[in-house]
Design a protein. Structure first.
Lengths: 143, 143
DNA sequence: TCATTATTTTAGAATGGTTCTAACCGATAT
DNA sequence: ATATCGGTTAGAACCATTCTAAAATAATGA
């Protein structure tokens, strides 16, 4: 057994534990996607994750990637970020933070939650409850 | 000549002036869409505006509605609001303000610009210039 | 005015991201 | 082990939006 083999198994077990912890069945595909998502904070589209999974030798269907991304979001493992029509990102950083969004290339950059201060958010209209306050700082390439 | 006929012409002239003012050729369709958009602040989708134009007896193609909405946005007559994937709204209120967004029914509600205070917006990354800071207060129907 | 040119509009096809369908497969519990 | 129920899949369907190329219309200038 090689070292890399051992590392892989360890990661898989982590993945399985994470899934159990949030009440999701630890299937082959879900565990694989947790591993492909990795531990670094990043912003992935469904298509990108699908490609990465393929490249990593995990044959997951695009439908499953979509299903899984939504399940992970529900479970609090991911956060959905909508900044442009037809461009949904899933953010592995679920902590308090906001984003820069570059209109030109569609890139997202995190802004730490302590940096931006939002004050004066009004109470939601009758029959509504507050879910989240999103701040998107839209930027453009300067010339 | 009836009163309503006179009112219509007056509105058309207003529309034509507004178009000229922003450097857009005052074509039949564009003037009609300005009229259909009206003077009240509201949030319209391309599809809705298309339907309204049809109903108002102005046969504008959907492609033209899309073209026009984008031109109006460029010209500063409208503001584009993206809050959910595949759900683009155009806001006739181009002044400083933010939005409530109801995740359940997709409704947008304006929040006056003076109400919400955003502090600490960091300077954009190298090579980027700030375009706009959007705040979306996401709400859900409470039970 | 009329011709010329540039822009706009149009129907319908194409695109692209996302969701749906219905058959198949696999994890869990008995 | 086996049944059950949830998960996965390929491919079709969907739907908002964009594209295309041809026809229509506005601006320009003689």
């Amino acid at each position: 057994m090689t070292v890399s083999r051992r590392r892989k198994e360890t990661q898989s077990e982590h993945a399985v534990e994470r899934l159990r912890a949030v009440g999701l069945r630890p299937t082959r595909q879900r565990a694989a996607l947790v591993r492909v998502l990795g531990s670094e904070h990043r912003h992935v589209s469904a298509e990108l994750l699908h490609k990465e999974a393929q490249k990593a030798g995990v044959p997951v269907s695009l439908a499953t990637v979509y299903n899984t991304l939504h399940q992970f979001t529900e479970a609090g493992l991911l956060r959905e970020v909508v900044v442009a029509s037809g461009r949904t990102y899933f953010d592995t950083n679920t902590g308090d933070h906001q984003h820069f969004f570059c209109e030109d290339d569609g890139e997202l950059i995190d802004i730490d939650g302590e940096v931006i201060e939002v004050a004066g958010v009004p109470t939601p209209p009758r029959g509504m409850k507050l879910d989240r306050v999103d701040v998107v700082v839209r930027v453009k390439r300067s010339v």
